[in-house]
Design a protein around this ligand. Structure first.
Ligand SMILES: Nc1ncnc2c1ncn2[C@@H]1O[C@H](COP(=O)(O)OP(=O)(O)OP(=O)(O)O)[C@@H](O)[C@H]1O
Length: 612
């Protein structure tokens, strides 16, 4: 029908704008079929018409034309949450049936479109964490029950409509130029430029003066008095905070530049001893984990060194000690305020962990201001580079057998950490992600950075460690061995899909929320498209891949109680068979994507695995 093809064209324009490889591959054929669910990822239809467009956490970029949504006249739910979409918000004049709009965590800018005021069925509007400017519209539709415009650049006064006043202050937080007071005078006193922030650049349409009846009562006067006192206190606190923040910033910039300079210097081969912050009096003894090592701290400081990278908790250097071993020195920063004895105890616990798939800690140094960890050097880089690196001719194929053995090795290493930690209070790994899995010859995985959660300062750990990004930390600030299981599940998803996960992406790399993405793709039966084509073209990988995906999904369950223990995971991964020969093993790429064995329904694919 005519409207179907208009919607088809609009969706294709959206697809062209996003130019996302997954959507390009998936959005083919028609978007809606009568009496059948849509085959397009993120699209739901009803009676041949698009009802829902839901593409959250996909790493989508681009600008959407303001008139692109004119054709979706039956649209009820729209979510582009957590992408990187730019430009102004679309015009919703013809989307009268919209009940829920979630454009949060994008890069939308400019004013809120007036058309939002005409949506009389709107129940939820989420625009937080964008770059919106101008004033908040005078929403007064009684249907509106959820509303959030926090963390934008909105300004002016929060409208006094009954609906808007029913939302708590968290809905408006993080807009420095927004005045929370009902009073125009107080907004002006706080320096809020009402006239400058009116819409469309017109300066003379400042909000109407407050209704005199409303402010005439004694209660209102008292309220205003409290308001004024409150404002003064806030201003004073703000000045104090500003001064403190300025000092802190200065200190951080100074520290950052010293660190940066050191890293830059160390990028070229040079001698670590030139690093000024290792004070002479600190040059004590290295504590070796096995027999006494054949080098001392002094040898290490004299060794030629090469900067490997700037990690979240310290910089890493590769050092060649004389003719002896090649080691990696990790200089820790952002540490917990522990006593010397507590540090020693925790470092000793880390060093006592031994397993063929754990990167061995060779020694550590625990000085007053300087803490160093010395690890074995792993020659083949890390798993993140192995999965995502070397495109085109430079790529060394990462086949199913290798991926399976990497998955197996990591599971065993984690299981070992979990067994060892049963009697201890520390969280076993805390930061499992592909860049923390190093590769030895023959792709043997060596899990690194285990146990650092016991010595890194909590605010820094909470910001940067993967376990702290687990659903349970978001809900009730708790991490446990089950958070490691969740991280392992996410890592498996990255290994199987070849997509970067936002939970563990290195700084500057955008990822997608892989767990939600895969859970949804499976629910919506897009199983075949989930896998990295490098393995989905392998005939031998089919059954194993699906089983490993099943394990990954169980591990990345939102509820920690439903996730398996690592020992069960090891048994399940061990039961997957590698294939004797991987030569002459390829389907054509096209065939693999339409192969029935891969596009089975979730029920068949995810029937219970007896090992879990
Ligand atoms: N023992 C090692 N052998 C070889 N390369 C290593 C070794 N340890 C670290 N690297 C490499 O050095 C770089 C920095 O590592 P580092 O562990 O400091 O940071 P990260 O893994 O990126 O982040 P995080 O601090 O969160 O662990 C990474 O590219 C890592 O692969």
């Amino acid at each position: 029908d005519h409207q179907l093809s208009l919607e088809f064209n609009a969706l294709n324009k959206l697809k062209a704008e996003f130019n996302d490889p997954f959507l390009n591959k998936n959005w083919t054929g028609f978007q809606c079929y009568l009496n059948e669910p849509s085959r397009w990822f993120g699209i739901e239809c009803e009676g041949n018409r698009v009802k829902k467009i839901s593409l959250p956490h996909m790493g989508l970029k681009g600008r959407i034309k303001t008139d692109l949504f004119y054709e979706f006249t039956e649209l009820s739910v729209l979510s582009f949450k957590n992408n990187s979409i730019q430009g102004t918000i679309m015009d919703f004049t013809y989307n009268k049936k919209l009940k829920s709009i979630d454009l949060s965590s994008n890069r939308f800018e400019g004013f809120m479109p007036d058309s939002l005021l005409g949506l009389n069925m709107l129940e939820s509007l989420q625009l937080q964490a964008n770059l919106l400017s101008g004033q908040i519209l005078e929403f007064d539709q009684p249907s509106l029950r959820e509303f959030n415009v926090s963390y934008n650049n909105l300004s002016g006064r929060i409208p006094a409509t009954k609906v808007i006043q029913s939302f708590s202050s968290s809905s408006f937080a993080g807009n420095p130029e927004l005045c929370h007071s009902l009073s125009l005078a107080l907004c002006a006193a706080a320096g809020i430029k009402l006239s400058l922030t009116t819409r469309g650049g017109v300066n003379d349409t400042a909000p109407p003066p407050p209704d005199s009846n409303k402010y005439g009562s004694g209660f209102a006067k008292t309220f205003l008095l409290f308001d004024a006192v409150g404002l003064i206190v806030v201003v004073l606190l703000f000045i104090l905070y500003y001064r403190k923040a300025k000092n802190l910033k200065k200190e951080m910039i100074r520290k950052y530049f010293t660190e940066e300079k050191k890293l830059e210097e160390n990028k070229s081969v040079q001698v670590i001893e030139q690093t000024p912050t290792v004070a002479q009096e600190e040059k004590g003894k290295l504590v070796f984990m096995e027999d006494e090592g054949d080098f001392e701290l002094n040898d290490l400081l004299k060794a030629s060194a090469e900067g490997l990278g700037k990690g979240n908790f310290g910089n890493c250097y590769k050092a060649v000690v004389g003719d002896g071993p090649v080691v990696v020195v990790k200089r820790l920063r952002d540490l917990k305020p522990l006593t010397h004895e507590e540090f020693l105890r925790n470092l000793q616990v880390i060093g006592n962990q031994k397993h063929p798939n754990l990167l061995p800690l060779i020694a550590y140094y625990c000085g007053k201001d300087e803490k160093l960890l010395i690890y074995k050097f792993a020659p083949r880089g890390n798993l993140f580079e192995r999965i995502h690196g070397g495109k085109g001719k430079d790529r060394i194929p990462f086949r199913w057998n290798s991926r399976l053995s990497v998955a197996r090795g990591i599971a065993r290493a984690l299981d070992c950490l979990h067994l060892n930690s049963k009697s201890q209070t520390i969280v076993p790994h805390g930061n499992l992600k592909p860049s923390n899995v190093l590769l030895d010859d023959n792709d043997v995985p060596l899990v690194s950075d285990y146990g650092l959660v016991s010595i890194i300062a909590l605010p820094i750990a909470a910001q940067r460690m993967v376990s702290y990004k687990s659903p349970e930390y978001h809900s009730y600030q708790k991490i446990s061995r089950k958070s490691d299981v969740w991280s392992y599940g996410c890592l498996l998803l990255e290994l199987l899909t070849g997509r970067v996960s936002s939970h563990s992406a290195p700084p500057g790399v955008t990822g997608v929320d892989l767990c939600s993405w895969v859970h949804r793709a499976v629910r919506e039966e897009w199983t075949a498209e989930i896998f990295d084509t490098e393995i989905s073209v392998q005939r031998s990988a089919g059954a194993g891949m699906l089983k490993l995906l099943q394990i990954a999904i169980k591990c990345s369950d939102k509820s920690p109680e439903r996730r398996p223990e690592m020992s069960e995971v090891v048994r399940a991964v061990d039961s997957l068979k590698a294939y004797e020969s991987e030569s002459e093993d390829e389907f054509s790429a096209d065939r693999s994507l339409t192969d029935d064995s891969l596009s089975t329904t979730p029920k068949r694919v995810f029937s219970d695995n007896p090992d879990l």
